[in-house]
Design a protein around this ligand. Sequence first.
Ligand code: 5GP
Length: 190
Amino acid sequence: MKKGKLLVFSAPSGSGKTTIVRHLLAQPELNLEFSISAATREPRQGEVHGEHYHFISLEEFKQHIKAGDFIEWEEVYRDNFYGTLKSEVERIWAKGKNVIFDIDVAGGLRIKKKFPEETLAVFVKPPSIDELKIRLKKRSTESDDKINMRIAKASVELATAPQFDTIIKNHDLDIALAEAYKLVKDFIEV
Ligand code: 5GP
């Protein structure tokens, strides 16, 4: 199978990386397909099994770990496991497409380590922790407890930014989108 490219977008929750990833997916010339992760959390309203995530039980997740089915996996938040299945990357590469990932920083760096030649690892940086708090509250998809957990994790995640190939500062969404587009276009054309 001919290997495509791997475009990793990682960032603290609420940084806007999902918006960036969606924008890139909408550009047909980039030939991207989204890597659908396995996750053990409950679907949020509007989330579809097999589209946003493969929502599976913790038991099933553990079986995948045992079977060696994951390229990487993380307990991103307590009791919430997320992982990238090898079969996802193989499925997308078999179609001759490039894979785009929306995953946490540890997972993103692990993919880069496993596929150093094929991967562009991008860190999306929020303007500030305060701004992140505002965005997460506005989104109101999580309880206050969960928001606080995500904020606490964000400080740790921000410290990993220098390990990425490149950093996009998401102060102005239009600028961030244009920057992300150029980075990906240049990388896939090499
Ligand atoms: P959410 O619950 O908001 O959908 O995602 C929580 C975090 O888990 C986000 O940072 C998201 O990017 C990350 N995530 C999603 N899928 C994966 C995955 O397959 N592996 C890892 N390591 N993180 C993931």
